[in-house]
Ligand binder design. Structure first.
Ligand code: UD2
Ligand code: MN
Length: 565
């Protein structure tokens, strides 16, 4: 009996003593950086594995961890350097944040009760980057590893699109699940993504930008929707990471992807019936005419069958239109999932160069290829909104036209009628005939002169080419320029200037009524009328900013012909 007691005491002692040793060990193993990450763990969902940055190919399973501080500090800002210079977001803040920092769970509470299949397939996550801030890139990867069930991530494929410093990517190869491919010349995001997709091994591809943060439970809903229908292409709800302070902010779930005839992506409000549906079904997927383009999941075989991307597109832009038109018209569908949330740093400028003609040129080149292949006669509406595009050579599109034919895709008119009926189609435009809707006074037309937001609006000789002279009065009273996303707004200061501003459907200063009999445009809020008789008589008659004045039905300077075509 004595002997047994001794053994028992010995065993319990060993057991008790091993606790602090274990704690010490696990703490070291995870490194100083992750103390907070560990604390956080209780906030994570149970299937989240904090598989933080374990180094791969450690054959003996040694506990070695990636020195993320060193990796980031090797490229930190120099003293006095503008923190926005390299990335067009605040790199100082990005570098100072932990890669595993907590972010708010922005999902609707009901998302937690959505039933998930227990045998979801795994995904290859593909991230292309060109000169990305190391901290932002690493945080993207850590968020994928930390907030996805381990078994659902087959691999993370980084495609380094010829960044100046090859070690930005190479060093990350040490991380578990991470593979790095590097282009030997700058290719742009389309060919880079295809390179990643071609190397991928999992059934599902998930594309991400290189400055994202995946939120809790982001992956499962994406996989689930695809398993249920392999022709679905699904996008998370894209939350906003503030480019100045890196605050993580929830995005509205009452938006979907859309555009105007200038073929620039924009978020549009759901229709009233869609919004009504969302009130009772907050976890249901949202059908969207367009995806933003950077963050989406697709079945690998479907991606291949559907023609991947247009390999002749360059650098940035337009590929989201191409893939959206293609998916819808060739038998698939596009959805945004409110229960899948991924943050993204939205920027106002590109941080990188555009080899081969500058951003505007490359964007028009890509977009024009899309219009010529997918939009049938409706492409003329694009040319009316962006006349310059017609002069951009687009190279050979025969392969993409052949693809469209071989897939038996529906005409663009089907897409407009069934998928994006909200988009206003100027009536005669499909025939390509008449000029664009203008606001005319004699031979002069209301013209934004392409000066951008906050600038006045002018009168200028009509040219009939649309562009900065193409205006439409929307059903909710906005006077919208069809070339940009700008609307006519009355500044309620002392001078009552009329400016070009970002359209905001509920801004009372942007609401106008067209009095058809008097040919007047009345500003609803102020009851003033749009008037071309500027105060500044010194200005050339042809380039005077318009203003608002008290309505006078006899005044010629307040008569506007709203031509609808
Ligand atoms: C949006 C998309 C982006 C893409 C683009 C249209 C989101 C959140 N973002 O613009 O993914 O669809 O619209 O083309 O939907 N990159 C390269 N090589 C290049 C240029 C960019 O690899 O030559 C990478 C870049 O590092 C980034 C990604 O491509 O990871 C997208 O570029 P971006 O972040 O500048 O585009 P963004 O978010 O303004
Ligand atoms: Mn981006």
């Amino acid at each position: 009996v004595r002997r047994k007691t001794k053994i028992l005491i010995f065993v319990s002692l060993v057991w008790i003593l091993s606790i602090p040793v274990y704690l010490l060990f696990s703490r070291n193993a995870l490194g100083e950086e992750y103390n907070e990450g560990l604390k956080l763990k209780s906030n994570f969902s149970p299937n989240e594995v904090p598989s933080m940055l374990r180094l791969s190919n450690s054959e003996k399973q040694e506990w070695r961890y990636f020195d993320e501080r060193k990796y980031i500090e090797e490229k930190s800002l120099r003293v006095g350097e503008d923190p926005y210079r390299r990335n067009k977001f605040n790199q100082a803040i990005s570098d100072s944040l932990k890669t595993n920092r907590p972010i708010p769970d922005t999902r609707h509470p009901a998302c937690q009760n959505v039933m998930l299949h227990d045998d979801l397939p795994s995904a290859s996550v593909i991230i292309t980057f060109h000169n990305e801030a190391r901290s932002a890139l690493l945080r993207t990867i850590v968020s994928v590893l930390n907030r996805s069930p381990e078994k659902l991530i087959k691999e993370i494929i980084l495609v380094d699109d010829f960044s100046d410093d090859a070690s930005d990517g190479e060093e990350l190869e040490k991380l578990e699940k991470v593979r790095v491919l590097r282009n030997d010349k700058r290719e742009g995001l389309m060919r880079s993504r295809v390179k990643g997709a071609d190397a991928a091994e999992a059934e599902i591809l998930v594309f991400l930008d290189s400055h994202c943060e995946c939120n809790v439970g982001w992956l499962e809903p994406l996989l689930q929707r695809i398993v249920e229908d392999r022709m679905r292409v699904v996008s998370p709800t894209i939350d906003v990471i503030d480019l100045d302070n890196f605050q993580y902010k929830a995005a509205s779930s009452n938006l979907k992807g859309g555009f105007d005839w200038n073929l620039v992506f924009k978020w549009v409000r759901l229709t009233p019936s869609e919004r009504e549906h969302r009130e009772t079904h907050p976890t249901d997927s949202i059908r969207t005419p367009m995806i933003a383009g950077g963050l989406f999941a697709i079945d690998r075989r479907f991606f291949e069958k559907l023609g991947k991307y247009d390999m002749q597109m360059n650098i940035w832009g337009g590929e989201n239109f191409e893939i959206s038109f293609r998916v819808w018209s060739c038998g698939g569908s596009l959805e945004i999932l409110p229960c899948s949330r991924v943050g993204h740093v939205f920027r106002k400028q590109h941080p990188y160069s555009f080899p081969g003609g500058g951003g505007g040129h490359v964007f028009m080149y890509n977009t024009r290829r899309t219009a010529e292949v997918w939009m049938d006669e409706y492409k003329t509406l694009y040319y009316k909104a962006v006349p310059l595009a017609q002069r951009v050579p687009i190279g050979d599109i025969s392969e993409r036209l052949a693809l469209r034919k071989s897939l038996g895709c529906k005409p663009f008119s089907w897409y407009l009628e069934n998928i994006y009926p909200e988009l206003r189609v100027p009536s005669e435009s499909s025939g390509g005939g008449k000029s664009f809707p203008e606001l005319k006074q004699g031979s002069l037309c209301l013209d934004s002169l392409g000066k951008g937001y906050s600038n006045p609006i002018y009168l200028y000789p009509c040219h009939g080419q649309g562009g900065n002279q193409a205006w439409a009065l929307t059903s909710n009273g906005l006077l919208e320029n069809l070339n940009g996303q700008g609307c006519l707004e009355l500044q309620m200061g002392s001078t009552l200037n009329v400016i070009h501003a970002l359209c905001s459907p509920h801004n009372p200063n942007q609401m106008w009524t067209y009095l058809e009999k008097q040919l007047m445009l009345k500003h609803q809020n102020s009851q003033m009328c749009l008037d071309s008789q500027s105060n500044n008589e010194l200005l050339d008659l042809n380039s005077r900013p318009v203003i608002a004045r008290n309505c006078r039905p006899d005044s010629a300077s307040q008569k506007w012909f709203l031509t609808t075509s």
